[in-house]
Ligand binder design. Structure first.
Ligand SMILES: Cc1ncc(COP(=O)(O)O)c(C=O)c1O
Length: 369
């Protein structure tokens, strides 16, 4: 098929993992592979990481966890989404660890265990300040009391999630860390120990080593991007995705010719307009046309006019270009790199948003293992 390609450099993924592993003082790493590994391909990414010793994977839905199992992933899988008793049979069948956030969830597990003689492993999620999912800190004593009375529930882990770990000011993240430590203290006083204790994400890997505990959950850094430019960018990570698309048409136009929807771009000189076959339906950011560029053979060329659903236009001027040439949209190839952070900063987005938009008609090619 002619169209966009996501070349996934699994050797760069492993390189990033090794840097992170060293940075977190050899703590266990949970690779966050939800949302198709942030657009990178969940099964090949998880299997590559599993081959170098990663034994925890974070997904959002049970279906994402089942897809990993069907693809041959055997490590532990934690499902982040809100617990629902309907998940229990599938969680048992596919050996998924669920997260629980309330006493009602404990009661559902207890009932399931009474009915079937078993129940899946769970981690309890504490809300230390994200105010999304999680057991409120004020409710932990009562929850732990009930947990004591339900010995069949296998609560193997406890965790929380930072709201601001990628921001320059660490104050709120430190407050969340203190809240979490307070909860661990209460748990300890009530006789609980947890095999897995986790709080850290990419931002705090870079700026809050006190938050590492027994396991760190990392997504974005693994894929070779920094969560913001407020964190120390002192890990030499490499982009994992090289996103490319072909030039499918070239045409000479005179200065003043209007190009693409709205006619908002007019050729500043006699030039050659190339059509590149990838559009916003493939995840290419529509708003990247004003400052936007692509790279061909190590040279950058400006996007000319609005990005369309399936294609966009480039001012190739006097480039050495022919139909069929592949241009670099973002990532790194042998001659250039366009970092996803450069695009996201320019258009007021984030690498998370841009990566997870990739998919659809994109052809995935996995290289480097
Ligand atoms: C619960 C949870 N943990 C960890 C992560 C990983 O975050 P990051 O990609 O910033 O490392 C996410 C991502 O959103 C998440 O939802």
């Amino acid at each position: 098929m002619i169209g966009p390609k996501a070349i996934i450099h699994l050797d760069s993924l492993i390189h990033n993992y090794q840097l992170i592993k060293e940075k977190v003082q050899n703590k266990r790493v949970m690779a966050v592979v939800k949302a198709n590994a942030y657009g990178h391909g969940a099964v090949p990414v998880a299997k590559a990481l599993e081959s170098v010793g990663v034994d925890w994977f974070g997904v959002f839905t049970p279906e994402e966890g089942i897809a990993l199992r069907q693809g041959g992933v055997s490590g532990n899988i934690l499902v982040f989404c809100r617990f629902n008793r309907q998940f229990l049979p599938k969680a048992m069948e596919w050996n998924l660890t669920l997260n629980i956030t309330s006493e009602d969830d404990l009661m559902d597990l207890k009932e399931f265990h009474t009915a079937t003689g078993s129940s899946p492993a769970v981690h309890v999620k504490i809300d230390t300040g994200m105010t999304r999912l999680g057991l409120p800190v004020e409710a932990v004593s009562s929850f732990f009391k009930l947990l004591k009375e339900t010995p069949n529930v296998q609560c193997e882990g406890i965790y929380s999630h930072f709201a601001t770990a990628d921001e320059g000011d660490p104050e709120y993240a430190k407050h969340q860390l203190e809240q979490f430590e307070e909860v661990l203290k209460i748990a300890g006083q009530m006789g609980f120990t947890f095999e897995h204790i986790h709080l850290s994400n990419s931002g705090s890997v870079l700026n809050l080593p006190e938050s590492f505990f027994t396991l760190v959950r990392v997504g974005l850094l693994l894929y070779g991007a920094f969560p913001s430019d407020e964190v120390p960018k002192d890990l030499p990570i490499e982009p994992v995705m090289e996103f490319t698309a072909p030039v499918v048409n070239l045409r000479k136009v005179n200065a003043g010719t209007l190009v693409s929807y709205g006619g908002v771009w007019s050729a500043p000189h006699d030039t050659v307009i190339g059509v590149v076959q990838v559009g916003f339906a493939d995840g290419f950011p529509r708003s990247w046309y004003e400052e936007g560029c692509i790279s061909l053979k190590g040279e950058r060329y400006k996007i000319a006019g609005r990005v369309c659903m399936d294609q966009f236009t480039v001012d190739f001027f006097n480039a050495n270009v022919k139909a069929g040439d592949e241009v670099l949209l973002f990532g790194k190839n042998k001659t250039d790199s366009i970092l996803i952070e450069e695009i996201s900063e320019s258009i007021g987005s984030t690498p998370y948003v841009l990566f997870t938009a990739i998919g659809g008609r994109t052809k995935y090619i996995f290289k480097g293992l």
